[in-house]
Design a protein. Structure first.
Ligand SMILES: NC(=O)c1ccc[n+]([C@@H]2O[C@H](COP(=O)([O-])OP(=O)(O)OC[C@H]3O[C@@H](n4cnc5c(N)ncnc54)[C@H](OP(=O)(O)O)[C@@H]3O)[C@@H](O)[C@H]2O)c1
Length: 249
């Protein structure tokens, strides 16, 4: 079986590992986004089955629409699996709301919520072509659970980052519900899930102990995605497939 994947935010870390793992299967076509030519070249050197699109999550929506037009030619039978991975945090994310630099909110929400909203909307016509069960996965985080605490009694923490992942969860559930109500079969039977990759050894998790290699997290997440059916749409999973609540408050 040949599958077409679109990985948004793939230059390094978890996104790069997705492209590395997926492109190792020669029948897969992996379309990956990056922000600069150098990263795009690095991704394309992974295999002839890797194609790239340049886009920044802070670009206006019109730029997403223009950049994603190439999917018409690259993916004539549609994108089978859309994985939105791009995201940012900040070095002072775990400080209290009074110590945290509140000016960070604008950028973090813009990249982590506006980015996936624009990417999904622009990719939509190219996902829902062809046949099969179309899958949409947003890389979220358990720190987006309402009531999540740094340590028991340690406060909610993760300020704009946590809030952005809670908002991403909202977006994912909204998409799952909209699609389930569609009168187009391909859309109605699609799957949208939120996925926490676990603690992964990337630039974002520098300084955290016990992080797993990106390829390990990605292999587990791909197994979760492949097992999902339309009945799972709207669910939030950990990388090992454990169901996650949206709120633990
Ligand atoms: N690492 C963890 O333990 C962990 C845990 C839970 C959730 N996550 C989530 O997993 C995802 C990937 O994180 P990571 O750990 O791999 O982080 P990372 O190593 O810092 O990589 C972040 C990725 O997002 C891209 N990105 C950042 N800002 C962007 C923008 N404005 N436009 C387009 N792309 C942008 C980066 O591209 P550039 O190279 O161009 O900056 C890079 O490819 C994120 O959504 C993160 O919230 C990570």
């Amino acid at each position: 079986m040949s599958f077409t994947y679109l990985v948004v935010g793939a230059s390094r870390g978890i996104g790069y590992a997705y492209v590395k793992v997926l492109s190792a299967v020669p029948t897969n076509l992996v379309i990956a986004t990056a922000r600069d030519h150098q990263s795009a070249k690095k991704l394309e050197s992974l295999g002839s089955n890797v194609k790239t699109i340049l886009i920044d999550m802070q670009d206006p929506y019109a730029k997403f629409e223009a950049a994603f037009k190439v999917l018409d030619t690259l993916a004539p039978n549609g994108v089978d699996v859309f994985i939105h991975n791009a995201g940012i945090s900040s070095s002072d994310a775990s400080k209290s709301s009074l110590e945290f630099d509140a000016d960070q909110y604008q950028k973090i929400l813009d990249v982590n919520v506006g980015g996936p909203a624009k990417a999904y909307k622009a990719a939509y016509p190219y996902i829902f072509k062809g046949k099969g069960t179309k899958k949409i996965a947003f890389v979220s985080s358990t720190v987006g659970q309402v009531g999540w605490e740094v340590s028991p009694g340690g406060g909610q923490g993760f300020n704009a980052y946590g809030a952005s992942k809670a908002a991403l969860n909202h977006l994912g559930v909204q998409i799952a519900k909209e699609n389930a109500g569609s009168d187009v079969d391909l859309v109605k039977h699609s799957v949208t899930v939120l996925l926490c990759p676990g603690l992964v050894a990337t630039d974002m998790a520098k300084g955290f102990e016990g992080a797993m290699p990106p390829e390990v997290s990605v292999a587990a997440s791909l197994a979760v995605i492949s097992k999902t059916t339309a009945a799972d749409s709207g669910k939030f999973y950990g990388h090992s497939g454990e169901s996650q609540p949206y709120s633990i408050f």
